[in-house]
Design a protein around this ligand. Structure first.
Ligand code: SF4
Length: 327
């Protein structure tokens, strides 16, 4: 493995769910709890899980939009949240950028595409004058497969895929090292999804970028990820190199997610056994004791209710949090 760029240690993020008469918090949404992982330079770490599993909260905490309740996030050895609260904030914000899920909502409809891409150049004072600013905007548009003439148009004049390209150009404007892609293809047509994934891969090669790629299903991260992490109810349950996790899923939740992906071959598809998860995802306000997945796990044993399974790395850099696997 190469050098660690992002190091996440015991990351916990709780949101206040209820307050008492005096305004003190009385219950919390436990969005993310004791999450540990590293992102290596130049890789793409895919993060997968159902809606509400905490994957977007992890992304937003990494970029500094949320302050962790507990734990630390470092980028190149520097604490992200300490840097953001100090005079180093601009430098850290340039290093870590984010691409959002909804290209409709994340672009200001009153600004031209040129100004949307030019805004981070202005904030970080990266252009040496008006001509340099225009040159940079045109170059960024070309880098994401758009035409420089598009600079004078407004977001509503573009398709969803083109709007997502504008979002990518805006993130690239400050020459970041690490980009958090928060479900960047979920809102796009299937035919456009592959184009955006290919573009992200090309840009990664060209600029040596590192990605955290968040998605809600395992099929979306397969072609872009170096490693894949699976989250359930605010906890990391499995993390392994991409090929390894698809060939040898070990956590019962990952096995269920994988079994839900349709297979193109009709013969194999007909023989395939789907694992249907019973029940709903429990409330993050009051998650189950021990293993949070136990209320839906077909292998749950008494120990699973008593002890939180440790996240243990085994062979092939494959880490799993399950009593059954780690016996
Ligand atoms: Fe299932 Fe127990 Fe493993 Fe949790 S620890 S996934 S409940 S077997």
């Amino acid at each position: 493995m190469s050098e660690v760029l992002i190091n996440v240690q015991n990351l916990t993020k709780f949101f206040t769910a209820k307050r008492n008469f005096w305004g003190s918090p009385t219950s919390f949404v436990k969005a993310v709890e004791n999450v540990n992982f590293q992102v290596y330079k130049g890789e793409t770490l895919g993060v997968v899980g159902e809606t509400g599993c905490g994957k977007s909260t992890v992304g937003r905490t990494l970029v500094g939009l949320y302050k962790p309740t507990k734990g630390t996030v470092t980028c190149d050895g520097e604490d992200v949240h300490t840097a953001i609260a100090s005079s180093n904030a601009m430098k850290m914000r340039r290093k870590i950028q984010m691409i959002f899920q909804d290209p409709y909502a994340s672009l200001n409809p009153r600004m031209t595409v040129g100004d949307i891409i030019g805004e981070p150049l202005d904030i970080h004072r990266l252009a040496s004058g008006v001509d340099d600013r225009t040159r940079r905007i045109y170059r960024l548009l070309r880098q994401v497969g758009l035409n420089p003439e598009h600079a004078n148009r407004f977001p509503h004049e573009f398709s969803g895929g083109q709007r997502q390209r504008v979002g990518i150009a805006r993130a690239l404007a400050v020459n970041p090292e690490f980009i958090i892609c928060d479900e960047p293809i979920s809102a796009l047509d299937v035919s456009i999804q592959a184009q955006v994934v290919n573009l992200l891969q090309e840009l990664q090669q060209k600029f040596g970028l590192t990605y955290l790629f968040i998605a809600h299903d395992l099929s979306m991260v397969k072609h872009i990820s170096t490693r894949v992490a699976v989250m359930y109810l605010g906890s990391l349950v499995e993390l392994a190199p991409c090929d390894e996790i698809y060939k040898n899923p070990q956590h019962p939740y990952t096995q269920a997610l994988l079994s839900a992906i349709p297979i193109a071959d009709p013969v194999i598809e007909a023989k395939r056994q789907r694992i249907i998860l019973e029940g709903d995802v429990p409330s993050p306000i009051d998650p189950p004791s021990g293993c949070k997945f136990r209320t839906r796990c077909r292998y749950a044993a008494p120990q699973c209710a008593k002890e939180v399974p440790a996240f243990i790395e085994g062979a092939n850099h494959h880490a799993v949090a399950c009593h059954l696997v780690n016996k």
